[in-house]
Design a protein around this ligand. Structure first.
Ligand code: PGA
Length: 259
């Protein structure tokens, strides 16, 4: 059974779709008979597409988020996007710490932590990505890498800044993103328990239980059911398998959330 709790589905469109393609898929999902008591869907389109996509999603249960924000809320930062700008366009969530941002745009621990602060302060919900690299996986230091990323992201985040589901942790092994490889059920169980224990240590059990842990990295219609069934994760963050209507449909079907 995979639907004992409400599942979370983060849809990360990265820099992959044209506006027309993004609008088409959004309209398609909007018209599907999805049982929203079973799933919370958060779409992360390109920042440029947030406004047109949010107009399609008006009066629906589908949420919208930004793939990135700047760590200062407003000012002379050419090319950046502030939290209040994306909130004004209807965003409820922001994706932070994605490995592509950490790797290609050199976002370090401090950057991610500052973005956590500004996002939570503004009332945005955060989907925080953490995960080990190929090398860390090979040398069996995944646990250490994940704890480091987690602890640094939560630096000076006080208990009263955390509300139920205002932070979602996405465990995404970097070597699994876009590669067709997924982690073993045993490793997902192990790392998610490490994340949970670290949150308990940082705060307490009650707060840790308010922070759902999901999984990402090459999730598709073939592997999603097993991963949800055999682990205790609460949902998935998906890239490639959401770029095509039929594949997206197959994914939702396997998640058992269609009426
Ligand atoms: P993928 O991407 O599903 O294409 O591996 C997931 C992600 O990067 O969030």
């Amino acid at each position: 059974m995979i639907n004992q709790h409400k599942l979370i589905l983060g849809v990360n469109w990265k820099m992959s779709l044209t506006l027309k393609q993004a609008q088409e898929i959004t309209l398609y999902i909007k018209n599907l008979p999805i049982d929203y008591s079973k799933i919370e869907i958060i779409l992360y389109p390109s920042i440029l597409h947030i406004y047109p996509i949010s107009t399609i999603l008006e009066d629906t249960n589908i949420k919208i988020g930004a793939q990135n924000i700047h760590y200062v809320d407003q000012g002379a930062y050419t090319g950046e996007t502030g939290v209040y700008m994306i909130k004004e366009l209807g965003c409820s969530h922001v994706l932070l710490g994605h490995s592509e941002r950490r790797h290609y745009f050199l976002e370090d621990y401090n950057f991610v932590n500052q973005k956590m602060h500004i996002a939570l302060k503004s009332g945005l919900n955060v989907m925080l990505c953490i995960g080990e690299s190929t090398e860390e996986h090979r040398t069996q230091i995944s646990e250490m890498a994940v704890i480091d990323q987690l602890v640094s992201a939560f630096q000076n985040i006080k208990r009263n800044m955390i509300k139920e589901n205002s932070i979602i942790i996405t465990y995404e092994p970097i070597w699994a993103i876009g590669t067709g490889k997924t982690n073993s059920v045993e490793d997902i169980l192990y790392i998610s328990s490490i994340i949970q224990k670290t949150l308990v240590k940082l705060y307490n059990t009650k707060i840790a239980n308010q922070i759902p842990i999901i999984y990402g990295g090459s999730i598709n219609a073939k592997n999603v059911y097993t991963i949800l069934e055999k682990t205790n994760i609460k949902g998935v963050l998906v890239g490639k398998s959401t770029l095509d209507k039929n594949i997206f449909f197959a994914l939702l079907k396997k998640m058992n959330v269609l009426q």
